[in-house]
Design a protein around this ligand. Structure first.
Ligand SMILES: [Fe+2]
Length: 275
């Protein structure tokens, strides 16, 4: 038994669809209530759908009873404040798990590389049902910010950088691809992140919007990139040394990267930082 997946996502793990005309809409992300839910990095989140409709962002499996990242319950107060964003999330017509707006403060390319991680979207997801993937609808105009994706976390040659102007819409298998957002702006970036169950509804939504699953990234300056990789590597080494000194396994249990991802899996994309 396996999961129902998307043929469009299969080749690369990402699908970029036609942009949305974001400029015509009211900036609802400024009207909703945010909660201090850190994965890592400087983030806040405003839930539109949570496990049981409360104003919180915990993983669905951390509730009683636990559940997989499907059948999210709308958070009344934020849905009332953001009817257009709620309608956009529902437009896909696929089963929705978490649905939330992320506020991400500016960061560097090196920080984004350090933050690369995969999500744990399919915990408790029964085989034979749809694989859970996540859609990112960029809200603010951040043409110089990028969704960084890697098949291999340690291989820059596998990297794709997708620019994030207002209205950019990307569907990602975030349990397959390492990902993080590089946001060099001065103001926070806002993005609607929704967990969807793969299946005919999601396939139909993507197919109707000029889907692209092969994207040629603009080249980075090689010296700039190399310096960033060295910075990220040094930070990883320092963290591993610190954990070793404390007698911890660097992969787990330190309250930061790995364990935080464990807690928030699938939640924040951008920083694990976010997942
Ligand atoms: Fe993530």
């Amino acid at each position: 038994m396996t999961y129902i997946t998307s043929e469009l996502l299969e080749p690369t793990g990402y699908v970029i669809v036609d942009g949305y005309n974001q400029a015509k809409d009211h900036q609802e992300w400024l009207d909703v209530e945010y909660v201090d839910w850190k994965s890592s990095g400087d983030t806040r989140f405003a839930p539109l759908a949570s496990a049981y409709g409360e104003m919180e962002c915990n993983g669905f499996w951390n509730h009683t009873p636990p559940k997989t990242d499907k059948d999210g319950v709308w958070v009344a107060k934020n849905v009332a404040a953001a009817p257009l964003l709620t309608a956009r999330a529902r437009e896909v017509r696929a089963n929705i798990g978490r649905c939330r707006i992320i506020e991400l403060q500016p960061n560097t390319y090196a920080e984004a590389i350090y933050n690369l991680h995969r999500d744990d979207n399919n915990r408790l997801n029964p085989e034979g049902t749809g694989w859970i993937v996540r859609a990112f609808f960029n809200l603010t105009h951040n043409p110089d910010s990028y969704m960084i994706l890697r098949e291999d976390k340690d291989d820059p040659a596998t990297e794709t950088r997708i620019p994030l102007p207002a209205g950019a819409q990307v569907v990602l298998d975030t349990q397959r691809l390492y990902h993080a957002v590089w946001h060099p702006g001065r103001a926070p970036r806002y993005c609607l992140i929704t967990s969807y169950e793969s299946g005919p509804a999601l396939d139909s939504w993507m197919s109707q919007r000029l889907p692209i699953n092969q994207f040629q990234s603009e080249a980075l300056d090689s010296q700039f990139a190399q310096a960033a990789y060295e910075t990220a590597d040094a930070r990883r080494a320092a963290r591993a040394a610190s954990l070793a000194a404390q007698g911890s396994d660097p992969r787990f249990g330190d309250g930061t990267l790995a364990s935080m991802e464990e807690q928030t899996s699938g939640m924040s994309m951008e920083t694990l930082s976010e997942a």
